[in-house]
Design a protein around this ligand. Structure first.
Ligand SMILES: [Fe+2]
Length: 398
């Protein structure tokens, strides 16, 4: 499979200018420490110099490499590159691992994204991670902690989407060992849906969330430390061990439009109607080749003859992945937390037997789920087959 970095994606991630710490009044001018030395300015740009960027001021140059180790492959191990079967995977069956990077298990992949599940037990204490291949969307299903980067800190908890621009050096700190993450690596920028933004990027009135729902980094701590700082840098699905002289979180200030942020699924305001609303009303993020939707607790359709359960659906252009987080799922039986269904393009899928009648008259749903719809077929890894409910495709017979 060919992987590549997408350079022509001209809409921006999020479009809020933000600044933290101290910065000079004018960019690219002398900005000095108390001892008279210059700070090291770093432009963190996207699409060359043609799209959003941030400007960071480091105490030390971000370039002082001490060692580069032997790279190793972290490419998803695809065992089924073509397939046409409804699948159900038990995400919580993936065993926990102490280490964060080892805990990230790819289950589904294509040229646009890789979907991973992860149950890390320990905080990242001894190294920093940078994904140079992909933006990351880390959905927190279980656990609390702090996402640390040179932009500052983001406290996370259940229901948070942590959105990380590619190239961000970070550490995950967990408050305890019981953590479950649903991760999408996107080989293009993860953005908010264009139809919800005006020409200047402000979220419009009909958007199911607005700027106030976006949590930005805070508590910028500056580590002016020298030593052996271990990095793992992922590039073209190889992991490169790097050792730098300087602590990466040595920024005294930054400003710009590129930074990690959090949006909580609990802040998504559902759009409802008199009759069944199609999945795009749940859309939360967009990227090249896929979208992410949030299914949240909401009132059901209020037409007197309405059928709240979804209709059968012939998706001929997208593989649909639904990750079940919490609550009741009115259209499915045998749903467990952390379960993931894959309904591939090419064959219809629909509600399970009995669930349509049962949905009539229901006033509300408490379901909570994340959907990833890809426009090109997904391939399965060995991990996916290991946690698969093999008879799921027959479940509409019951
Ligand atoms: Fe569907």
């Amino acid at each position: 499979m060919e992987y590549f970095t997408f350079r022509q994606f001209t809409i921006n991630r999020i479009m809020h200018y933000y600044s933290l710490g101290k910065i000079p009044p004018k960019r690219h001018t002398q900005f000095r420490k108390d001892n008279g030395e210059l700070y090291s300015e770093e432009l963190f740009s996207t699409e060359g110099f043609s799209n959003n960027y941030s400007t960071l001021y480091h105490v030390n140059p971000p370039t002082r490499i001490k060692q580069v180790g032997e790279p190793y492959s972290v490419a998803p191990k695809v065992v089924l590159d073509k397939q046409l079967k409804h699948r159900s995977l038990q995400g919580f069956q993936v065993p926990p691992e102490d280490d964060y990077l080892k805990s990230r298990k790819a289950v589904l992949t294509n040229n646009d994204c890789t979907i991973l599940v992860s149950a890390p037990r320990k905080s990242m204490k001894d190294y920093f991670f940078k994904n140079a291949d992909a933006d990351e969307m880390i959905f927190v299903h279980k656990g609390t902690g702090t996402f640390k980067s040179f932009y500052g800190e983001l406290k996370f908890s259940y229901g948070d989407y942590i959105v990380v621009p590619r190239g961000t050096t970070y550490q995950m700190e967990f408050d305890d060992e019981d953590n479950r993450l649903f991760i999408v690596e996107s080989y293009s920028p993860i953005v908010t849906p264009k139809r919800y933004r005006n020409q200047f990027g402000q979220l419009l009135e009909h958007s199911p969330f607005c700027e106030r729902d976006i949590r930005k980094p805070e508590n910028l701590r500056t580590h002016d430390e020298q030593g052996d700082f271990q990095f793992y840098i992922k590039k073209q699905h190889q992991m490169y061990p790097y050792q730098y002289l300087d602590h990466p979180f040595d920024v005294v200030g930054w400003d710009g439009y590129v930074y990690p942020y959090i949006f909580s699924i609990h802040d998504f305001e559902p759009i409802t109607g008199r009759i069944h609303q199609p999945p795009p009303v749940h859309q939360t993020f967009a990227a090249r080749g896929f979208v992410v939707c949030s299914f949240v607790p909401r009132l059901f359709d209020y037409h007197p003859q309405a059928i709240p359960a979804p209709y059968n659906h012939s998706n001929i252009d997208s593989d649909e992945v639904l990750y079940y987080v919490d609550g009741d799922f009115m259209s499915r039986k045998h749903v467990e937390k952390g379960m993931m269904t894959l309904h591939p393009a090419g064959i219809p899928h629909g509600p399970h037997p009995g669930t349509v009648e049962k949905s009539i008259g229901a006033k509300e749903t408490h379901e909570l789920a994340v959907m990833v719809d890809t426009f090109y077929p997904l391939q399965l890894t060995q991990t996916a087959l290991d946690i698969e409910d093999k008879d799921y495709y027959k479940s509409w017979l019951e």
